[in-house]
Write a protein that binds this ligand. Structure first.
Ligand SMILES: [Zn+2]
Length: 253
C-alpha cells in the first residue's frame, strides 16, 4: 500500500518541486520560477500564458500548466499510458507534476498491495487528504485503473528519489491472503509491467522491479510473502517476448 507522501514530498527545496497543486496558476507560477531570469522574460512568460488562456477560454486555463517552462508535453485529460486500462484521476494533491522521462529517468517499478478493496483504494487516491497515490491499481479480475500519468511522480514509495524514478503498481488485496493474488491479476500486472519495461528500457529483474518493502527506508511489508516473484518476473519476460499465454494461464508450480 501507499499510505504516505513520498519522502520529503512537495515540501522539498529542489528546483523541480512544483507541487501538483500549483497547476493552473499560470503567470504566478512562471514568476515564481523567474529567479535568474530578466524581468522581461518573466513578464513575457506571464503574458504568454495569459494570452493563451484568453484564446483557449476560461475552462481551459486550468489545463495550461503544461505550457510552463520545462513541462512541454501536451496532455489530454483521461489520456492513458497503458492500453486497456481505465482512467480515474487521483487528486492533484497526491502526486507531483513532472515531465518524465525527460526530467527524471524512469528505471524502476514498485509493486504494492493495497491492504484494502478496489473502490476504497480509488477513493483514497482521489481524496486530497490521503497524501499518497500510485500510477496503477490492478484488480483481481485483471482490470487496471490508471490514476496518475506516468509523466508524473506518484507518491507511493515513501521515498522521494524512488518515487521520481519509478512507476507504482498497486494490487488489490491483503498481504496475508495468498488467494487475493489471482491468475488474472498476475497476468494483467505482468502485461502492464512488460509494457512499462519496453517503453522505458527497464531490465526485467529484481533490482529494477521491486516490492515496496524493499524500497530503502520503507516501513511497509507489501507485497508480502505470498507475492510470487519468480512467477511474476517470468510472466513479465513472457509478455515482453510476446509469448504471453491467455490471461490467467498458470505457470508450472
Ligand atoms: Zn505499498
Amino acid at each position: 500500500m501507499s499510505g504516505e507522501v513520498g519522502g520529503r514530498g512537495k515540501a522539498g527545496k529542489a528546483g523541480k518541486q512544483q507541487g501538483g497543486g500549483e497547476q493552473g496558476k499560470g503567470g504566478g507560477a512562471g514568476a515564481g520560477r523567474g529567479r535568474g531570469r530578466t524581468r522581461r522574460a518573466v513578464l513575457f512568460t506571464g503574458l504568454g500564458l495569459f494570452a493563451a488562456g484568453a484564446v483557449a477560454g476560461r475552462d481551459e486555463i486550468a489545463r495550461l500548466w503544461w505550457l510552463l517552462p520545462g513541462v512541454s508535453k501536451p496532455r489530454k485529460e483521461g489520456e492513458l499510458d497503458h492500453a486497456g486500462a481505465s482512467w480515474t484521476a487521483a487528486s492533484p494533491a497526491n502526486w507531483r507534476l513532472a515531465d518524465r522521462p525527460d526530467d527524471y529517468r524512469v528505471d524502476r517499478i514498485v509493486v504494492h498491495v493495497t491492504q484494502g478493496g478496489f473502490q476504497s483504494s480509488v477513493d483514497a487516491f482521489r481524496n486530497p487528504w490521503h497524501r499518497a497515490s500510485a500510477h496503477y491499481i490492478v484488480r483481481q479480475d485483471g482490470h487496471i485503473e490508471q490514476m496518475v500519468r506516468e509523466l508524473d511522480v506518484a507518491f507511493h514509495a515513501a521515498n522521494r528519489s524512488m518515487n521520481e524514478r519509478s512507476i507504482g503498481i498497486e494490487h488489490v488485496g491483503y498481504v496475508h491472503r495468498r488467494q487475493d493474488f489471482t491468475d488474472a491479476m498476475y497476468a494483467a500486472s505482468a502485461k502492464l509491467a512488460a509494457d512499462i519495461c519496453r517503453r522505458y528500457g527497464i531490465p526485467v529483474d529484481r533490482k529494477h522491479i521491486l516490492g515496496h518493502s524493499e524500497v530503502p527506508g520503507a516501513d511497509h511489508t507489501d507485497p508480502g510473502p505470498h507475492w510470487d516473484w519468480d512467477r511474476y518476473l517470468r510472466m513479465v519476460r513472457e509478455a515482453l517476448a510476446g509469448r504471453a499465454g491467455p490471461a490467467g494461464s498458470a505457470p508450472p508450480a
